[in-house]
Structures are given as C-alpha cells and as structure tokens.
Design a protein around this ligand. Sequence first.
Ligand code: SF4
Length: 360
Amino acid sequence: MSEPSGVVCPLCPLHCDDVMVNSDGSVQANGCEIAESAGSLVTQVARTDEAMLARIAARKQPIRVITSGVDLVAARQLVQWQSDGVIEVEIESDPSIQAIGTVTRRDGIVAATLSEVVTHADLVWLIGEVDPAWPRLEEKLRFESARSGATIDKRQVKRWERWTADFAGRMHHAIEHPDETEAGLEFQTWSQCFRDSSYAAIVIGPGAFDAEEAEMTAAMVARITRRRNESARCVCVTLDPAATLRSVHAWQTNESLNAVSVDDEIDSAPVIRLVGIGHQTSVDRSVDLQIGGRDPGVENAKAFMPASPWMNSMVIRGDGSVTLPLHTPTALSSDFPTAIEQLQKVLPESRTVVPNCSVS
Ligand code: SF4
C-alpha cells in the first residue's frame, strides 16, 4: 500500500496545504467535511442524456459554461475556448462576494491577505456562511498565530450570519457616534470593541448580505473600513473561489469576466456547470449538465459527469496573495478525468483542441 500523499487542497479558496490523501482515496483534513468527503466524488456514476449531449455538440453558438472557480490549467483552457467562440464562461458568484468585489473595484477598500490577518488582527468580525464555505478558516485564525509569529496576544472573534443594509448603517452610526445611545446596547458593545481594537479584520463570507441589497451593504462595510483607517488599522477580507479564473481572463483578454448572480434566471440555451473550487450545493440552480462535484440530482442537473477533484495545476488563493501548486496525489492513480477533460468530451469536436494539462 502506498504512503499517504500530502497535497494542497483544491476544494475551497482557502487552499489548505496540509491535506493527506490515502491510496484508497480517503482524505484527512483535520475534520474538514468538504475535503474528507472528496474521496467519494470519483466513485459516483455518470448520468448522461444522449439527446441533450447531442444538442450541446451540435450547437453553433457558444455554449454557456458557469463555474464558481477553477484551477490554472482549466482557466487557461476555458479562456482559450471562449476566445475560439466555443463557449461563453460566466462566474457563478455568491452575491455578497460579488458585491464586495464590485465595491472594491469602484470605491476602493483597505484589504489584506489572510496571513496579515492571522499575524496582526486583534479583532475579527466574521460575517456570512464562513464555516460551511471555508471550514478551516477559524482554525487558522485561532491556532496559526503562534506559527506565523503573530504580534498579538489575544484575538477576539465575533460572528454574524448576515448583515442587512440597515444593520450596517446602524453599526456605522454607532462607531462614528459613541455618545449616542439610540442604536441600542448591542451596537454600543460591538462598536466599542471595534474602537478599542488596533487591527480589526472584517471577513466577508458567502451569504453575508441580503442578495437584493448586497452592494449597498458592501458599500457601507467599505465605508466603515476606510473611516477606521483614519485612526487605526482595519481591513476587509474575502476569499474568492474565482481568483484564478478572473486573473487568467484579465491577463489574456484585458477584460473582466461576466458574473451570474445566483438569483439570475438562465435562458433556454444549454448550460454546463463546471465544478472546481468553492462550489456550494446550497446555491444550486438547475443546469443541463454538471461536470464534477457531487451529483446534485436530476432536479438540479439533467445530466451529470463525475470528475477528479485532484489535478496537476496551480491556483491563486482566494485572497489573491499566493500561488500554490496542485498535484494529483501520488498515492492515487491519475487516470480519472479532470472536469476540463470531461468538458472537452461534450463540446463540438471540430471546435476544440486537446487540453494542455501541463503547467508552464
Ligand atoms: S477548508 Fe477548504 S481548503 Fe481547507 S481542507 Fe477544507 S475544503 Fe480544503
């Protein structure tokens, strides 16, 4: 039996570098449910609908491919196929992650890397579905401080499921006007903690804001962050699963990729979902074909093709700070197709080239 292989985890934008994969495909990732269930992904059975696959292969117009994020090899291939007019790639983004990205590009924000937060932050506000999306983030915030030579003695962590625009506005008011008490005792307490901190980090997870007012709420968070930097340090951090795809697209086309909000309706053209980094089943929409990830059932995907969660590639961590190598675990045979190899099988043969699966 081969020794377990240590790999960087490709499954969420945190990309932990200490995941062990055994020769039977089982995974040890310090209790992370997403990673430890990855071993069963390749044993799933394909559900294919021949008529639908033929409709995709015969299509003259670009085929819509939606994804929450992919690795570097897949990103290059997707961008190439898009340039060739075979597919049209859209990012299936969480509204809160998308909103904070939009506000950052438009108004500016004070951002930081995860390592900086781990090293310096004495107060961390976690907003949204941080644990389900990035199960080991809090472990890193709590336990990696010593390893990274942190400058703090004690870190306070406060979490909220969701902020509405009204909540963000009241928080902003309470921070700015400590002597006014009408916001309520809770706001006074939280805002006092915030004002007492010397380095606060506001971490925006999926579902942090109500979808219909996500941009307004994100703008208020950006304002809180910027104002705080007039007297102390405050940063806003998120992890974008599409960091690699966005970067590759921007380098190669000088343009931004379109984003599909999870609430957008998709028209009748065939839609393929490519599951790579950070896909969450809670935000499922119905598609014609899903490649990779866990079979979401016929009500969410008319057809399904399994794909290897592991690949030889690279990835940019979701905070944009580092590029990490991805490997197919040496303990496993590497003949299970990746999502991009599966996608190539269903696209019109005459219009695609064999994927380049090497990193150069
Ligand atoms: S937290 Fe994310 S990167 Fe880390 S082991 Fe779990 S799924 Fe993988």
